[in-house]
Design a protein around this ligand. Structure first.
Ligand code: AHR
Length: 504
């Protein structure tokens, strides 16, 4: 009996390029929030901890993900943070009320320790400054502390703390989600635009080599989106290199077909921000192109209710500990595809977050570490999605869902790594009951053959991974065949796939 399938087509050509992919789109985020830092990356009492207190079991998984850049220290937390609390002798550091998440912050980890951790993880640091309760002075002092070679108050203080060489942190965020009413020190677009501009000006005087990210809207549902972008960019266009985007999705109504289409909202968000940047560019008669830093993205909703039960002012409680399902991994795969298809403008992106807090990696205090379902699309796309993003011409049957029309069952992105003579197709089949048979015309890659077809599939869209029990994990038995530059792949119902081709 011939199995029923849905058919789709892709045409890819070596010459039809979107952009060289900036590897920083595979960045992530560690905030002083919940157990991300304490019990996540730093737990001196853990059997795997090194002399710095860094959990090696966690570091091994972070290294596996090949995370090129990690944003720090927040997030909402940065908007009331005094960076000076987190440097110098540990025993002298104050415990403070941390207002964003209403916990006690012990400051046992701070700027220097995070730089050490990032080095151990083979990552760069993306540092955020506090533009909520503080401003130009705190930002320029932190930059001087981090990046100035020596001979001044703040740079010599760093040296006295045991860091002779400057940290040379290149990428800096001018605050966090400053449009949000939940933010300590929320600003109007005008107030933020002026403050961000003046802070950027001072920071560039300290170190002209840095790159700056100006705050965009907290998400695409903000009532001030996209006028926030237009108004703030009026001030910051010439001093910033990137504008930030943040977005989290959830499946609160349990409607999987609609949920899997939410990457289309992300697509629309990116395109609207690009259009707004280009409008300001035209208005200013500027030659500069603004790039995008999608520096918070993920699924976040599972833990919302349980977080309401957490006692305030405790140290490192289990906040935002979403347990991810198989369907979350599918959406994460499509969100990564979306960023690859916009890699001409999205140059930095951070999966929020990295450990324990809405994260691909989970730990038990003193115990195990494990991979959540979303680890897998992140891992494969980060490791194999390097090179040039190609423009796939896709013809796919479509469906309508509650919030979206014309949702293609096939969501895909294609990457050519010239150096490795490798072509990689990433694909989500959004069809909940039928496999997709996809014909991929890749004639410009004649002589390439299939090396592996990795599939993430599961009969239960709500399947999860927990400590010691990995229910959702990929297999490499996907059906793909390359013949004379023509690839035929079967993407099982409701699945995420990676097909890797290499020159014979
Ligand atoms: O990542 C969790 C939180 O989400 C961040 O602190 C904030 O920037 C966003 O609202």
């Amino acid at each position: 009996m011939v199995k029923e399938t849905v058919k789709a087509k892709i045409v890819v050509d070596k010459e039809s390029q979107i952009s060289e992919i900036d590897k920083r789109i595979y960045g992530s985020f560690i905030e002083h929030l919940g157990r991300a830092v304490y019990g996540g990356i730093y737990e001196p009492e853990h059997p795997s901890a090194d002399e710095n207190g860094f959990r090696q079991d966690v570091l091994d998984l972070v290294k596996e993900l090949q995370v090129p850049i990690v944003r720090y220290p927040g997030g909402n937390m940065v908007s009331a943070y005094n960076w000076e609390d987190g440097v110098g002798p540990r025993e002298e550091r104050p415990s403070r009320l941390e207002l964003a998440w209403r916990v006690t912050e012990t400051n046992q980890m701070g700027t220097n320790e995070f730089v050490d951790w990032a080095k151990a993880a083979n990552s760069d640091v993306m540092m955020a400054v506090n533009l909520g309760t503080r401003g130009i002075d705190a930002a320029r002092n932190l930059l001087e502390y981090c990046n100035h070679p020596g001979g001044t108050y703040w740079s010599d203080l760093r040296k006295s703390h045991g860091y002779e060489q400057p940290h040379q942190i290149k990428t800096w965020c001018l605050g966090n989600e400053m449009d949000g009413p939940w933010q300590v020190g929320q600003k109007t677009a005008h107030e933020y635009g002026r403050l961000a501009y003046e802070t950027a000006k001072a920071m560039r005087l300290v170190d002209p080599e840095i790159e700056l990210v100006t705050c965009g809207s907290s998400n695409s549902d903000m009532p001030t989106f996209p006028s926030w972008e237009a108004e703030t960019l009026e001030h910051t266009y010439e001093v910033a290199d990137y504008i930030s985007l943040h977005q989290y999705y959830g499946n609160r109504s349990g409607d999987t077909a609609n949920y899997l289409a939410k990457s289309m909202d992300m697509e629309n968000f990116i395109e609207t921000v690009v259009a707004t940047c280009d409008y300001i560019k035209a208005k200013k008669r500027s030659k500069k192109k603004m790039h995008l830093s999608f520096d918070e993205w993920n699924v976040w909703f599972h833990s919302n209710e349980q977080d309401k039960e957490i006692e305030p002012w405790t140290v490192a409680p289990p906040q935002l500990e979403d347990v991810y399902t198989f369907e979350d991994a599918l959406l994460v795969g499509s969100m990564l595809n979306t960023m690859l298809r916009h890699s001409d403008r999205v140059k930095v992106a951070c999966m929020a977050q990295l450990v324990n807090v809405i994260a691909p990696i989970m730990t038990e205090n003193g115990g195990a570490v494990w991979k959540q379902t979303i680890f897998y699309p992140y891992y494969y796309t980060s490791v194999y999605g390097r090179g040039v993003a190609l423009q796939p011409l896709v013809s796919s049957p479509k469906y309508d869902s509650k919030d979206f029309t014309d949702v293609p069952y096939l969501d895909t992105a294609v990457v050519h790594n010239e150096e490795k003579e490798e072509v990689v197709v990433f694909a989500t089949n959004r069809h909940l009951s039928l496999p997709l048979e996809v014909n991929i015309d890749a004639r410009s890659f004649e002589g390439y053959e299939v090396v592996e077809h990795v599939v993430l599939e599961n009969e239960d869209v709500k399947a999860v991974n927990i400590a010691g029990q990995e229910n959702v994990k990929p297999h490499a038995n996907g059906e793909s065949k390359m013949d004379n530059g023509n690839l035929v792949s079967i993407f099982p119902k409701c699945s995420w796939n990676m097909v890797r081709l290499q020159k014979k």
